[in-house]
Design a protein around this ligand. Structure first.
Ligand code: HEC
Ligand code: HEC
Length: 345
């Protein structure tokens, strides 16, 4: 008799539990972007709003080698915070010990860009995020494997639930979380910015360098590295590294012959920390870059028309030093140590 009522009770309880609606996740907390007044609007896709929970998940994934084939390489290995999220090696080494063909890129202010990679082949961060995972040289992993490994980790399923309201991991959500974390890499608190808002001053060399940078007949830099906010026009140009480029660059994506050897104009922010320079990391120092722009550039058939307007040898060694002094005013040391970007505990 006792046993029977006990059973009845268990059945009742089970039925009651069954009827309970699933526990809804708490609503994720919207992240408030700090966008500087003179910056253009950034790319903020409506189907992937940035939230604190999404950022936390993306941050864990960014530092986790779980996304690579043999679980040895994370995004952060080739995008290092102390180098403004690029790689100090000329070519990053992938999981099989093989070097890639291009230099890694800084992820500072990446929220303002929608054509990613040196040749712009990815359209937006969400589109870009999983390509290194599949890349045979970089992380060499199948998305199914990566997703299965993440799915098997309860710490991750809990974070997916908090960020996206589901414990079911899929690759699109992995890409969304990585993108949310990357969008927070904002850098606009340099000496130059403080000078602009009147709270710091530039010295004489920095001021002269800024003028040379912007003067089309002198430095000529601002023709492509647009003066003001991010210091890039984000267009694809051949700046005359070689007469005949070995890497076809943008041509591979657009099929336009005149874009042979054209690469995305990089931002000048934090350039002091992002050596080596150019898509193939051929220059180790800013001094070498300045020598290239003063005398070393080639006017080949695909070289950008703006480069043809620059006179070789136009800059004195003092001019070159002044331009470098100005470039260094675009550095933000705090960006390299911001605890919010570090590997999570
Ligand atoms: C083995 C090194 C390596 C790893 C690992 C790696 N990257 Fe990269 N990353 C690169 C290189 C090299 C490029 C430039 C490649 C090109 O243009 O063809 C790049 C480009 C990018 C860009 C484009 C930046 C721009 O300005 O257009 C983004 C964003 C990026 N990586 C994010 C990631 C994320 C997220 C991960 C992890 C899922 C990751 N990377 C893993 C080396 C790496
Ligand atoms: C015709 C457009 C153009 C002009 C003019 C120009 N640049 Fe560039 N710059 C580019 C492009 C495009 C790249 C990337 C080229 C590549 O990697 O193949 C680049 C790359 C760089 C890099 C390397 C950045 C990195 O992250 O690797 C630096 C530094 C640089 N330019 C500084 C300058 C300075 C200083 C001047 C003026 C003296 C200048 N540029 C003039 C278009 C231009």
């Amino acid at each position: 008799m006792i046993r029977k009522s006990y059973l009845f009770f268990v059945v009742l309880l089970a039925a009651a539990c069954h009827d309970l609606p699933p526990i809804p996740p708490p609503a994720p907390t919207p992240y408030l972007f700090e966008s500087p007044p003179n910056f253009p609007p950034f790319f903020d896709p409506a189907d992937n709003p940035t939230t604190l929970e999404g950022i936390a998940l993306g941050r864990k994934l960014f530092y986790d080698p779980i996304l690579s084939g043999d679980n040895t390489i994370a995004c952060a290995d080739c995008h290092r915070q102390e180098n403004a999220f690029t790689d100090p090696r000329q070519f990053s080494i992938g999981i099989d010990g093989l070097p890639g063909k291009r230099n890694s890129m800084s992820l500072a202010n990446i929220a303002w860009q929608n054509r990613l990679f040196w040749d712009g082949r990815a359209l937006g961060l969400e589109d870009q995020a999983l390509r290194p995972v599949r890349d045979v040289i970089e992380m060499h992993e199948t998305l199914d494997n990566a997703v299965a490994e993440i799915q098997a980790n309860p710490e991750y399923t809990d974070m997916f639930w908090r960020a996206f309201g589901t414990e079911k991991v899929d690759s699109a959500l992995v890409a969304k979380a990585l993108s949310q974390f990357e969008r927070t890499f904002v850098s606009f608190n340099s000496k130059y910015d403080r000078w602009k808002n009147g709270t710091d001053s530039l010295n004489k060399s920095e001021m002269i360098g800024m003028q040379l940078f912007s003067d089309n007949t002198r430095g000529g830099c601002a023709m492509c590295h647009s003066f003001g906010a991010i210091f890039s026009d984000f267009l694809f140009r051949n700046n005359g590294l070689d007469s005949l480029p070995t890497d076809p660059g943008r041509f591979t994506v657009s099929g336009t012959l005149s874009e042979t050897g054209a690469f995305k104009t990089p931002s000048m922010r934090n350039v002091e920390y992002t050596a080596p320079y150019m898509h193939d990391g051929r220059f180790a120092t800013l001094e070498a870059v300045m020598d290239f722009y003063n005398t070393g550039f080639h006017l080949g058939p695909y070289t950008d028309p703006f480069m043809h307007t620059l006179v070789k040898g136009r800059l004195s060694s003092k001019d070159k030093k002044d331009i470098i002094s100005f470039l260094k005013t675009l550095s933000e040391p705090e960006f390299l140590t911001n605890p919010a970007f570090k590997k999570p505990d």
